[in-house]
Each structure stands twice: as structure tokens, then as C-alpha cells.
Design a protein around this ligand. Structure first.
Ligand SMILES: Cc1cc2nc3c(=O)[nH]c(=O)nc-3n(C[C@H](O)[C@H](O)[C@H](O)COP(=O)(O)OP(=O)(O)OC[C@H]3O[C@@H](n4cnc5c(N)ncnc54)[C@H](O)[C@@H]3O)c2cc1C
Length: 519
């Protein structure tokens, strides 16, 4: 990623994209790749909405197949495979074990047939049945007794957004964080651009664009401060919450999909970036999207109950949880108030003159969503036709082997940083090619992020450029002295600014990522 872009260059754009989550980033990349002059603006930090708070799975949507969503599964499996090929080190395979008593495995559900179909779509075949004895070992394998095994994939969602944005920049696109769309510019019933405000300088400017795309996710019904355009679907906002435990307290060799002892809903537990993730507890986000999403005490207790029932021998206590996080997804609301977990996860796109809006969908299928949006965009740009072929998601990146670093670490760096992996390594000071204890993140990644990855607030650095705020207890406070020694100079912050940022970060971390108080 290139250095900070404070405000977009004053020129006319073919396409202005509002929202720097995975949906906006994907549209930016596919538009720029096809020759459009493309600008993306994000009101806070890239990925700070749902796209850094997902369950971090790049998945084939097996459970959607169970409810008849063949098209969605086909798309998801295709994109999962494309991402596994294009971004090793960022998108990695993840083995799963399904409990024998999972309703999906019950006679008549055709689970084996579904798994064969997924294999067929992915172009590979894998053994399914676990040996019952292997399944009974709760730790480290942690699989429920009896069951079936399949492979999906996982990622670092925030880094996936950054990698897509970086790739888009390689095709001439511009992406600015901390730039808000305050309102749309309309003339004669058509949208022609937007009024932007730079959140750093408070400067305002108008930009013109042939088409504006509203990719503001859970915020999309607010359509940049306006009321919902006539044809927009009614949206229901669903929150899902997660726990993070250190791998030493909940060591797993593979992911486990287990059933909650209370209501039988699926809960998954899987190893991720040196920690173990547990999710998800679903609920309606009744606070709306003005408040950042956070786990409630009830959801926390619900997930802990699933862990304690599955792993009684570990004696897990609340204090074992290092962090929590919650994300909000918009789903179309038919007004029937169904159970949150049962709502469909498809995306939807709607248009009016000069404006295309998109909401919903999955991280996994961001490229398919982008192409769908661009199909609508093409109808509004005379003379521009959408080439819908899909090549590799990212250009190939090769990081030369080094004697002082294991290949797995180089693979991880190449996946997460793409073409920036080489300069990142070159910028490292002595001792910075070691992992920060308890994580797989190198100290050098902090230096590089502070220098070159558009960091404006400390939470950009600790929650999205790196994920230390999720992986270390107390949001990383115990490592803050060394983080500061590496990053303060790179960021150009004086002592007072660093200290106020640190205070602000810790307050926000407790609210959004901490352990909710009991009772
Ligand atoms: C809890 C949860 C778990 C999930 N797990 C998975 C999973 O494991 N795998 C998977 O494939 N999918 C998963 N999903 C779905 C996936 O995470 C979402 O579909 C995806 O992240 C949505 O991305 P987005 O870009 O549409 O929205 P967001 O990431 O929320 O981005 C929208 C952005 O728009 C910005 N914005 C809003 N208003 C303005 C404005 N006026 N000006 C400028 N910017 C603005 C916001 O700040 C925000 O950053 C999950 C979803 C949830 C909620």
C-alpha cells in the first residue's frame, strides 16, 4: 500500500465508491482493472465496519446448500478456490469436523451427497469419515464424538481488504480513508457526484463522477445521510459475536462445528493467527449502526456455555478470553421476524439514475458481488461495456527465499502484503523479523504499517493493519512500550499525541473488544 493520500485529487471520476469494506474494495479493483477512473472513500478506516469483524472464513457455504442455495454455494466454492490459489499465506485451507449429531448429518439431509457436490465444484475429493477414536480426543483435536470432516478456508479479513485495495492502486485507482460522503450531488433527478469531507483537516470538496456506488454495508439504507431511495429493500441488521482465546488455553488442530447445548444452534471454534476463535452468537442489532457493534453479556455467556459443555476438562473461565468482537450484517427483511441465524446471506443491488447501491453478501464472494454491481454500472456509462471474465484475483507475488526466515513466514508476508512484502522486509530494523510473542505478526509489520499504510489512529494499527488488539490480552497494553518505540517516529506523532491516542484506543478497545461486565 502506498503512503497516505489525505484527500482525493480534484478531477472527474468515472466511478466514485462510498465505503472501504470488502465490497467497496472489490468494486474498486474490478472497475480499475477494466479501465475506469475509480475513487473510493471510507469515512473511518478501511475495513473498520463489518469487514474486520467477520468470522474470517472463506467458505463454500455448506449450510446454504442444505437450505437449497446451490447457486450461492457454487459461486462461493469457485471464489474460495480462486482465493486459495491467488493469495496463499492470506487465505489458507482449514479442516473442519462436524458433530455426528449435527442435524445436517441426519438421514435424509443428504450431507454426504452435498459434500460430494462441493468436492465436484472445487475439483477435488477428500476423505470424509473421521476415525471414531480420533474424534473422541477432545484436545488438541477437539472434535466432537463421531462425525464428518471437510475442508474450507480462513483469512485475515482486514488484511484481505487492504490487499484488494493495494491491488486496485496498482491499476491506477485511488482509495482514501477518513473521507466521508456527506451528501450526494443531484441534478435533474440524477446523481452526479458527492460532497466529501476530510475527517483529518475538516476540509470539504465536491467531486463529480459518472456513477456513484453506495457500498456502505450495514449503513447503506442511510445512503450517505439521505433517506432510503424508493426501490431499496427493507434491511434488517443482524449482529453476530465472537470470543478469542489464547491457543494455549484452547488448543485445536482443526476447526470444530459443534451444537450449542442450549438451543442446538451451530457454534464453530477454530485456530486463527495463533489464537482460537469462537462464534457466532446471532441477535438483532437493536442499537442501529451509529453505535459500534459489541458483544453483550448474554452472548458472551452463551458462547462460554458452548465451550464449557464441549471441553469440560479445560475448566475454561471468563478470564481466559483475551478479546471479543461483533459485526453487523444487513439482510433483506421480509418483515416476518425470522430467527437471526436463519436469514439468507445473499447480496442485493438496486439502482437509480447515477447511483448503484449494494448491500449484504459475503466476504468470500466479494469479486462476484463486484461484477454484479459493475453490470448495473455499465448500464449507466454509455460506451463502457463490462468484460465479465475472471482471471486470477491478484497478480503473482514472489518473495525470494532467505536463510534467516522460514518459508512459512515468507509465505504469510507475501499473502498479507503482496508486492509490499519486499520493501517491508527491507525496512525492518534489527530484531524486528521476530514474532510478537503470542502472535504470528512480525515487529517489522508494525513499522511498515506505521510508515506506509495510511494509519491515522492507533486502532488502525492495532486492530486492522495488525490484529494485535484481538490476539493479546488487554488490547496489547503489555507490549505497548515496544510498539511505541517502533511506531511513534514512523507516524510522526509527538509524545502528547501518542499518549492521547493510546488513551482513546484503550477506551474504545474495552467498549468494542473487551469482556463485558457480569450481571
Ligand atoms: C458477524 C459476521 C460474520 C461474518 N462472517 C463471514 C465469514 O466468515 N465469511 C464470509 O465470507 N462472510 C462473512 N460475513 C459477511 C461479510 O463479513 C460481509 O458481507 C462483508 O464484510 C460486508 O462488507 P461491506 O464492505 O459490504 O460492509 P462494511 O465492511 O461494513 O463496509 C462498509 C463501509 O462503509 C463505510 N461508510 C458508511 N457510510 C459512509 C459514508 N457516508 N462515507 C464513507 N464511508 C462510509 C463504513 O465506515 C464501512 O467501513 C460475516 C458477517 C458478519 C456480520
Amino acid at each position: 500500500m502506498s503512503a497516505a493520500k489525505a484527500f482525493p485529487p480534484a478531477r472527474d471520476w468515472d466511478i466514485l465508491i462510498i465505503g472501504g469494506g470488502i465490497t467497496g474494495a472489490g468494486i474498486l479493483l474490478e472497475a480499475a482493472r477494466r479501465g475506469l477512473k475509480a475513487l473510493l472513500v471510507e469515512q473511518k478506516d478501511f475495513g473498520c465496519g463489518t469487514s474486520s469483524r467477520s468470522s474470517k472464513l472463506v467458505h463454500g457455504g455448506l449450510r446454504y446448500l442444505a437450505s437449497g442455495g446451490l447457486r450461492l454455494t457454487r459461486e462461493a466454492v469457485h471464489e474460495r478456490e480462486a482465493l486459495l490459489r491467488a493469495a496463499p499465506g492470506l487465505v489458507e485451507p482449514q479442516g473442519f469436523a462436524l458433530a455426528e449429531h449435527d442435524p445436517m448429518l441426519q438421514p435424509g439431509k443428504g450431507m454426504t451427497t452435498m459434500l460430494r457436490m462441493v468436492d465436484l465444484l472445487a475439483g477435488r475429493r477428500e476423505p470424509r469419515r473421521e476415525h471414531p477414536e480420533a474424534q473422541r480426543r477432545p484436545v488438541p483435536d477437539g472434535a466432537p464424538a463421531g462425525g464428518i470432516r471437510y475442508t474450507d478456508a480462513k483469512t485475515d479479513d482486514a488484511r484481505l481488504v487492504l490487499r484488494v485495495l493495494d491491488e486496485a492502486r496498482g491499476h491506477g485507482a485511488v482509495a482514501c480513508n477518513y473521507v466521508t460522503v456527506q451528501s450526494l450531488v443531484r441534478d435533474g433527478g440524477k446523481v452526479h457526484g458527492a460532497m466529501l469531507r476530510d475527517e483529518r483537516s475538516r476540509a470539504e470538496t465536491a467531486v463529480r463522477a459518472r456513477v456513484v456506488v453506495n457500498a456502505t454495508g450495514a449503513w447503506s439504507s442511510l445512503s450517505a445521510g439521505e433517506s432510503v431511495p424508493g426501490r431499496a429493500p427493507r434491511l434488517r441488521q443482524l449482529r453476530a459475536s465472537h470470543l478469542v482465546l489464547p491457543a494455549c488455553r484452547l488448543p485445536l488442530a482443526q476447526a470444530v462445528s459443534l451444537l450449542h447445548p442450549g438451543d442446538g444452534r451451530p457454534v464453530f471454534v477454530f485456530p486463527w493467527e495463533g489464537v482460537t476463535l469462537v462464534g457466532a452468537a446471532d441477535a438483532d442489532q437493536e442499537e442501529g449502526t451509529d453505535m459500534p457493534a459489541h458483544i453483550t453479556r448474554r452472548e458472551f455467556d452463551y458462547l462460554m456455555a458452548a465451550l464449557r459443555a464441549q471441553f469440560p476438562q479445560l475448566g475454561l473461565a471468563d478470564a481466559d478470553v483475551v478479546a471479543t468482537f461483533a459485526g453487523v450484517r444487513p439482510v433483506a427483511d421480509p418483515g416476518q421476524g425470522g430467527a437471526p441465524a436463519s436469514e439468507k446471506r445473499e447480496h442485493f443491488v438496486w439502482s437509480e439514475p447515477g447511483l448503484v447501491s449494494v448491500a449484504g453478501g459475503k466476504l468470500t464472494t466479494f469479486r462476484a458481488i463486484a461484477l454484479d454491481v459493475l453490470r448495473h454500472v455499465a448500464q449507466q456509462i454509455p460506451g463502457w461495456q463490462l468484460r465479465s471474465e475472471r482471471g486470477p484475483v491478484f497478480a503473482r507475488v514472489a518473495v525470494p527465499a532467505r536463510q534467516d526466515m522460514p518459508p512459512a513466514v515468507l509465505r504469510r508476508l507475501a499473502g498479507r502484503h503482496g508486492l509490499q512484502a519486499k520493501p517491508l522486509l527491507g525496512a525492518a530494523h534489527k530484531g524486528e523479523l521476530e514474532c510478537i510473542p503470542g502472535t504470528q505478526t512480525l515487529w517489522a509489520e508494525l513499522r511498515w504499517a506505521a510508515r506506509a499504510e495510511q494509519v491515522y489512529q492507533l486502532d488502525d494499527l492495532l486492530l486492522r493493519r495488525t490484529r494485535l488488539g484481538l490476539q493479546l490480552s488487554r488490547g496489547g497494553l503489555d507490549q505497548m512500550a515496544r510498539i511505541r518505540a517502533i511506531c511513534q517516529g514512523e507516524l510522526g506523532w509527538d509524545d502528547a499525541h501518542w499518549e492521547s491516542q493510546e488513551r482513546r484506543y484503550l477506551v474504545e478497545w474495552r467498549k468494542q473488544y473487551g469482556i463485558p461486565a457480569a450481571g
